[in-house]
Design a protein around this ligand. Structure first.
Ligand SMILES: NC(=O)c1ccc[n+]([C@@H]2O[C@H](COP(=O)([O-])OP(=O)(O)OC[C@H]3O[C@@H](n4cnc5c(N)ncnc54)[C@H](OP(=O)(O)O)[C@@H]3O)[C@@H](O)[C@H]2O)c1
Length: 257
């Protein structure tokens, strides 16, 4: 299926590794001109090269932090120079490590950090780059949140609280931006393969086995299974989907709706 986004300018944040990188590759495979944004300039350049080699489309790297206003202003300038963005896929950094039980989350600096990285950064990004979509009268915004915003997961209080906030913010934006031709949705993952992570962020075999047992499918989801759903929400065919959260968690959440 042709998603109809060839030539569209697609911003993907937190795209130097992991989900962001894979989503960027998926949109480039559809012919989009991807603008990558994260802090590590060298990793972004490597993803740009990979996109150009694998998909033969240009990609643009902007090194900066989602939490820095000046970096978002600079990003907006680059996007404006490309007549974009048409598409914004908003991925953020991970919550503070190590993950803890809610009662052990008693250090306010960790709450401050999670707020800055996972909610405030999203508001700042939207304010910086989305008015261009409104001016064009067409756009697709997809925020990657977490299944924990629907069914809180053990040791995920920081992620749950602020991703619930992102979900509410996206729903509000969907109501306001529909009249401007812009759709706004969330993709809520859990149990997606993180074997690319190293150090303290890498799961132990026991942690992986525990996660695999949380879904009826008995396995982790692949990065392609996540990025395919995100890519669909950026497509022409998804034009009547807005204000929704699509779960990509292998059936982990037990509720009917
Ligand atoms: N795996 C799952 O099942 C799952 C489920 C729910 C939610 N999530 C969430 O999905 C997101 C992506 O996960 P992942 O596995 O892809 O993580 P990852 O591989 O660690 O990648 C995180 C990305 O965020 C970027 N980043 C971090 N802080 C940033 C900042 N201030 N400004 C710009 N970019 C920043 C990093 O790049 P730089 O270091 O270069 O800046 C990196 O590219 C995370 O928020 C994670 O919590 C994952």
């Amino acid at each position: 299926m042709d998603l109809g986004i060839k030539g569209k300018v697609a911003l993907v944040t937190a795209s130097s590794s992991g989900m962001g990188r894979n989503i960027a590759l998926a949109l480039a495979a559809e012919g989009a001109h991807v603008v990558l944004f994260a802090r590590s300039a060298d990793k972004l350049q490597a993803v740009c090269r990979e996109i150009e080699e694998r998909h033969g489309v240009p990609a643009t790297a902007v090194a900066g932090s989602l939490t820095e206003a000046a970096d978002i202003t600079r990003l907006a300038g680059v996007l404006a120079g490309l007549s974009g963005p048409d598409i914004a896929v908003i991925v953020t950094g991970r919550p503070p490590n190590p993950l803890r039980d809610a009662l052990e989350e008693n250090e306010l600096p960790r709450w401050d950090e999670a707020y800055q990285v996972q909610l405030r950064s999203v508001v700042q990004l939207v304010n910086g780059v989305v008015p261009a979509m409104v001016a064009k009268g067409w756009g697709r915004i997809v925020a990657v949140t977490s299944a924990s915003a629907k069914q809180p997961m053990a040791k995920h209080a920081l992620s749950t609280v602020f991703r619930a906030g992102v979900t509410a913010y996206m729903k509000t934006l969907a109501n306001e931006l529909g009249a401007h031709g812009v759709t706004v949705n969330c993709v809520a993952p859990a149990l997606i393969d993180t074997s690319h992570r190293t150090g303290a962020a890498a799961y132990t075999p026991e942690q992986t086995a525990r996660r695999q047992a949380m879904t009826p499918l008995g396995r982790m989801g692949t990065q392609d299974e996540l990025s395919g759903v995100v890519a669909f929400l950026t497509s022409m065919q998804a034009g009547f989907v807005t204000g929704s959260t699509i779960a990509v968690e292998g059936g982990m959440v037990g509720s009917l709706f």
